[in-house]
Design a protein around this ligand. Structure first.
Ligand SMILES: Cc1cc2nc3c(=O)[nH]c(=O)nc-3n(C[C@H](O)[C@H](O)[C@H](O)COP(=O)(O)OP(=O)(O)OC[C@H]3O[C@@H](n4cnc5c(N)ncnc54)[C@H](O)[C@@H]3O)c2cc1C
Ligand SMILES: Cc1ncc(C[n+]2csc(CCOP(=O)(O)OP(=O)(O)O)c2C)c(N)n1
Ligand SMILES: [Mg+2]
Length: 602
């Protein structure tokens, strides 16, 4: 087997930002020549401190690939499908907080990337996607591999650029990185025609960038924060609902401090898990469609709700009329003014960065030298703990058939004290991972919430493992989802990114089957997975280890074996109960307290 000799991981990790910047300003190979657009692109990426790039070549980006060949600070990972390039860079961004960067060619390269870009957009992930374009003179002429990249991606990016002149390239890239990572983060596409990637000009990377029309607010309005403090201190039944914005804004420490300071219950959305420690007594678990009974009941019955970096998604509030049917005051902190009062009317809007705003809130509460009414708070906790007693995540384990919840619980037990990252795909397995793996830290739970894209799990894991070579990276998936990007097993081998795939194989598109059982009269239309491949052989064919697990008693041993095989990608084909459902569940159209807690509620 021939591997491309990969530079040692350490080499990249050891380079300081200053060294990367020095590489960017190194003189060109032919000093009499100005750099071409491709070299300018590479140097701009170096100036931004980019270490990894996921991509796939093609005609329109060959000059760029030539420039990549001549440098050695950025490691390019050749994926097997462009969708996976975007997902891998997206996973890297989610786990590290840095901008994820991907490179694809024009036409089919771009259209293959669309799902990845939309996935990142829906979850506000900072990314820069470089796309090749046909030469400027050929644009609009139905040229070979031409598509309107700017038009196709416009609704699924934070911003996009078509660079028509090489003299604009460095500044455009500077803007792209700035836009991607500032304010509400998001993906930015930079479309570079082939002639631009070849034309030459002087290179200077701008140190700063000013955009008159783009100035995201960081500091919250002092008066609004004061009002929020008064409301929180006067509350009898306060509740904090935090989301992906707290993770994206690196504000978990502030959230934890505020929760402790006020002594109030707190919930996280699917995207916010890890912001509060999973085992903290003030944490009520995830809320929403598959949230805990206590998290949803508390949402509906609180009198003051502080929403931080969360966008009142339909999966969270259920039927909006039911949600609005009770009186409560809502304080909403969000960096994007368009998120505020979008789905739910709020009383105190605070536009600003969650870290800045929470710090200010905490400072003002401390200054006020007041605490919420202790008696009222204790009565409120009494109610919350009553709801908690329902123990809604309890499930009946079995010694005959493997329960998916048991697999996730075991994984949590075996990895809770280690430096583990968990990715997932989309479906029932995703919900069980969210419910039964208790995330204690932010950026450890990596999944697609907004677009709900099957196929992300493996590329996410692969992207994270490259950045975190010492950490164990697990992908909890289903036999349906894993097949959407399974070709990336090949990339994992080439770049030596050993990940552990735990496929909860129920032989069904389980989440679809569950909806068909509950809402479509048990008519299981095309949700059964017949003719599945032999995943063990498939893993082996890709050069990895495959294990099939069929008995509950073998689960722990197999997980231990996979973890012990530190340097190997291991595919665990875990045959789980095909009839198991995700509980609790709020069915479509129902209010968030109208939950089904188990099959006995049917
Ligand atoms: C099968 C399936 C089932 C699901 N079930 C559930 C469920 O039961 N419960 C659930 O919660 N979700 C569920 N989801 C996910 C759901 O679809 C949404 O993705 C999720 O609820 C949105 O989370 P969020 O509100 O935290 O918003 P995010 O999409 O994470 O948005 C973050 C918000 O924070 C803001 N923000 C970003 N950065 C900052 C900053 N620095 N400062 C301030 N604000 C900032 C943004 O402007 C945005 O408004 C499910 C998804 C799938 C696929
Ligand atoms: C790309 C894509 N296509 C379709 C869907 C709709 N969908 C959501 S969950 C699901 C089933 C997933 O099956 P599997 O991966 O086996 O997971 P399970 O629900 O069985 O755990 C489907 C088809 C989706 N989310 N993404
Ligand atoms: Mg399945």
């Amino acid at each position: 087997m021939v591997f491309r000799q990969r530079k040692s991981q350490r080499f990249f990790m050891d380079m300081s930002a200053a060294e990367l910047k020095r590489a960017a300003s190194a003189p060109p190979q032919h000093p009499h020549e100005e750099p071409n657009g491709s070299e300018i692109l590479v140097r701009s990426l170096q100036a931004e401190g980019v270490r990894f790039l996921w991509g796939y070549p093609g005609g329109a980006v060959l000059y760029i690939y030539d420039a990549l060949y001549k440098q050695d600070t950025i490691e390019h990972v050749l994926v097997r499908h462009e969708q996976a390039a975007i997902h891998a860079a997206d996973g890297y961004a989610r786990a590290t907080g840095e901008v994820g960067v991907a490179l694809v060619t024009s036409g089919p390269g771009v259209t293959n990337a669309v799902t990845g870009i939309a996935t990142a957009y829906m979850d506000s992930i900072p990314m820069v996607i470089i796309t090749g374009q046909v030469p400027t003179a050929a644009i609009g002429l139905d040229a070979f591999q031409e598509c309107d990249t700017v038009g196709i991606t416009r609704p699924i990016v934070k911003h996009n650029f078509l660079v028509k002149d090489v003299r604009d390239l460095a500044l455009t890239l500077k803007k792209a990185f700035h836009i991607a990572r500032s304010g509400r983060p998001g993906p930015v596409v930079v479309d570079i025609p082939k002639d631009v990637s070849l034309s030459r000009t002087a290179f200077q990377y701008p140190a700063t960038v000013e955009m008159r029309s783009y100035n995201p607010v960081r500091k919250g309005h002092g008066g609004q924060i004061r009002k929020a403090v008064q409301l929180l201190l006067a509350a009898k039944r306060p509740y904090i609902y935090s989301g992906g914005g707290v993770i994206l804004g690196n504000a978990s420490a502030e959230l934890r401090e505020l929760v402790d300071l006020l002594g109030v219950p707190c919930t996280n959305t699917l995207m916010g898990l890890g912001a509060m420690p999973g085992g903290d007594p003030k944490f009520l678990g995830m809320l929403g469609m598959h949230g805990t009974y206590e998290a949803n009941m508390t949402m509906q019955h609180c009198d003051v709700l502080l929403a931080v970096g969360a966008r009142f998604d339909d999966r969270v509030i259920g039927n909006p009329k039911h949600f609005a049917s009770v009186e409560r005051k809502i304080i909403h902190v969000d960096i994007d003014p368009s998120s505020i009062s979008k789905r739910v009317k709020v009383d105190i809007p605070i536009v600003g960065d969650v870290k800045d705003v929470l710090q200010e809130l905490i400072a003002q509460i401390r200054e006020a030298r007041q605490a919420p009414d202790a008696q009222a708070l204790s009565a409120w906790w009494g109610k919350v703990n009553e709801w908690r007693k329902r123990d809604c995540l309890a499930y009946r384990n079995s010694s005959e058939v493997i329960k998916p919840q048991y697999v996730v619980e075991k994984l949590w037990e075996l990895t809770r004290d280690s430096d583990a990252y968990i990715t997932s795909d989309v479906g029932q397995h995703q919900m069980w991972a969210a419910q039964y793996y208790r995330f204690d830290e932010p950026r450890r739970w990596i999944n697609s919430g907004g677009l709900g894209t099957m196929g992300v799990g493996l590329p996410y894991a692969m992207g994270i493992k490259l950045a975190k070579p010492e950490s164990d990276v697990f992908c909890i998936t289903g036999e349906g989802s894993i097949q959407m990007c399974i070709q990336e097993l090949s990339t994992c081998l080439q770049y030596r990114t050993p990940v552990k795939i735990i496929s909860l194989n129920n032989r069904y598109l389980g989440m679809v089957r569950q909806w068909q059982q509950l809402d479509y009269g048990g008519r299981y239309s095309h949700s059964y997975m017949d003719a599945l491949p032999d995943f063990v052989k498939l893993a082996e064919a890709y050069g990895h280890v495959g294990l099939k697990i069929e008995k509950p008693g073998d689960v722990e041993g197999a997980l231990r074996e996979a973890i012990a095989l530190k340097d190997r990608t291991v595919f665990l084909d875990v045959r789980t109960d095909p009839t198991e459902n995700v509980w609790p569940m709020v069915q479509a159209g129902k209010g968030i307290t109208e939950m089904l807690l188990g099959s006995e509620d049917l």
